[in-house]
Design a protein around this ligand. Sequence first.
Ligand code: MF3
Ligand code: CO
Length: 249
Amino acid sequence: MINIKTESEIEKMKNAGHILAECHNRLRNLVQPGVTTLELDQYVDRFLQDHGANAAQKGYMGYPYAICASVNDEVCHGLPNKKRLKNGDILTIDFVVDLDGWLADSAWSYGVGTISSEAERLLDVTKKALYKGIEKAHIGNYLGDIGYSIQSYAEKKGYSIVREFIGHGIGRNIHEEPQVHHVGERYTGIQLKEGMVITIEPILNQGMPFIAMAQDGWTALTFDGQLSAQYEHTVAITKNGPLILTEQP
Ligand code: MF3
Ligand code: CO
């Protein structure tokens, strides 16, 4: 069952999304060579508390941290740790904000210091792929339109799309229906209705789309060791078109 949100509920999710976006905006400056992902995790945890919110991922399905921090060939769900980031790394930070029981979810990839032009291009195309999906999030369109739009753009640019991790409905729970695939065919799947709120969160790989799981039981890695990036927004389907609840200032 898909939970349809009222305008006032979407407003509450937007407040959560606003805090999330402000926090990403701060992270942009904090992601530097020498910092550790554990320090970034603690920063986010504190930032959210200072804004009257909570890190919803902490404790979710046993996940122990506020953020997922995935470096280079880590695809997603990387665990914050004490290793220092190096110049040239890329880092995806993903977290969920809970404000008064309403959630918002957004991931962003960052370059650490100066990154290679190949890494820069991967980040650029992955971010644009997200927006290619968002622009299809209109009432009456199909979920398959979103997947098709992302997939055709990303593959045209020479990247592959990870299939194992998908977007989802979101509201009072992190993962609600429907499932939002980042590949697909036009005019397939369910039709979007006013009041649905979904995440769109494509993960693009430089090489093959395949993943492997790390020993820690959480971190997904690229199978071929090449780079991976991800951008994610929480998006409401409204009369006025797609409303991004986690847009950064
Ligand atoms: N933020 C993630 C998503 O985009 C959910 C992370 S699951 C966790 O769907 F277990 F790592 F918290
Ligand atoms: Co997320």
